[in-house]
Design a protein around this ligand. Structure first.
Ligand SMILES: *Cc1c(COP(=O)(O)O)cnc(C)c1O
Length: 361
């Protein structure tokens, strides 16, 4: 077996321990005589898998008792509709900060259901920074303020949360969930597609304060009402059973290494290695301003498209996969999620140094 270092933005690497455990249990889970994939979601065996996953996630993220954890489907993209359908029922207004394509999609979708307002944007500089948001910019009547905490495509992160006063803060944390501790009680809703930092695609995690449940618009489809899933323990219909099981293994892995404070330490160490190389390189440069840099997604360019292309190709030949940047930024992007080992980042930097020497005459 030769596992490559996969720098994909998502789906992305999973810890090897998790894959091995899943492989061991592939054909028979415990002594049940069946795979988790074949198991009834109504069976006591599966109930204990989903219960344990929720318990472990609550423990790792220190989720307060007055928040529900929902295991849903439809990706983060479905939350772009689900959040406004459930929350834009007070004033019917909501404020959005545009920090990238996902944030913009959330804004555009909400505009179908109410008065969505963009209060700040960093589009003027290709979303290479997090714009300043001050309390006076926020409509005190807004039903919520929406941010995208880590901008996967552009490589920016909200290092300090905006002060939204009494207004509910909602965040898309798809590409930074479990990368470091987060103060859940600062938010009304946190949501994330699993395929970046949690597990296989197909699972969406929603963490929602209880008082926000049960106020959906009349037009809300049953499946898009948080109450439907909250009342039924995420089992109104068949949940993404296997994805929840693998996510549960990832939660156990995080617990085993020492939780989110240790995860953060490791992620900071990896990111620091990469950014400090990029800041001193004569060939490569990072595209994001200091102070807004993501720990998870690191975009960089040489300034020469042909050279970028050559780099991505030669890196892949070295077992460093998926380094091509998003088409809207160009160049390269290294996604270094939780499961990317430090050795992967070191290998990448070694190759970059070599490439720089050969190509920077
Ligand atoms: C990947 C991503 C999405 C889209 O997620 P899907 O699960 O594919 O819908 C949304 N927001 C962010 C921040 C992402 O990284």
């Amino acid at each position: 077996m030769a596992r490559a270092y996969n720098f994909s933005a998502g789906p992305s690497m999973l810890p090897e321990e998790v894959l091995k455990r899943a492989a061991e249990e592939m054909c028979e889970y415990g002594t049940t005589g069946q795979s988790v994939m074949e198991m009834s979601h109504r069976s006591p065996e599966y109930q204990s898998i989903i219960d344990e996953a929720e318990r472990d996630l609550r423990e790792i993220m220190s989720i307060p008792y007055n928040y529900k954890v929902l295991f849903l489907q439809g990706g983060a993209s479905t939350q772009f509709a689900m959040v406004p359908l459930n929350l834009m029922t007070g004033s019917g207004k909501a404020d959005f900060v545009l920090t990238g394509q996902w944030a913009k999609k959330a804004y555009k979708e909400a505009a179908k259901y109410g008065k969505a307002r963009a209060i700040a944007s960093s589009e003027d500089k290709t979303f290479s920074y997090i714009p300043k948001v001050t309390p006076d910019m926020i409509d005190p009547e807004a039903d919520f303020v929406h941010i995208c905490m880590n901008n996967t495509i552009y490589g920016t992160l909200w290092h300090t949360l905006p002060d939204t006063g009494e207004v509910t803060l909602v965040a898309d944390i798809s590409s930074c969930i479990l990368s470091e501790p987060i103060d859940v009680k600062r938010f009304g809703i946190l949501y994330a597609g699993a395929q970046k930092n949690v597990g296989p695609a197909g699972l969406t995690i929603v963490i929602i304060r209880e008082d926000l449940i049960g106020h959906a618009m009349d037009i809300t489809p049953t499946m898009l009402d948080y109450k439907t899933h909250s009342d039924n323990g995420s089992m109104f219909n068949t949940p993404p059973c296997y994805a929840i099981y693998v996510a549960g293994l990832v939660f156990k892995w995080i617990k085993s290494i020492g939780g989110l404070s240790e995860m953060k330490k490791r992620n900071e160490e990896k990111a620091e290695l990469l950014y400090s190389f990029l800041d001193s390189s004569k060939l490569f440069r990072p595209t994001v301003e200091k102070g807004s840099r993501s720990l998870m997604n690191v975009p960089f360019v040489t300034g020469d498209e042909a050279l970028d292309k050559k780099f991505v190709k030669e890196a892949a030949e070295r077992g460093l996969y998926n380094l091509k940047g998003h088409r809207s930024v160009g160049g390269m992007r290294a996604s270094i999620y939780n499961a990317m080992p430090k050795e992967g980042v070191i290998k990448l930097i070694e190759f970059m140094k070599e490439f720089e020497e050969k190509n920077n005459a």
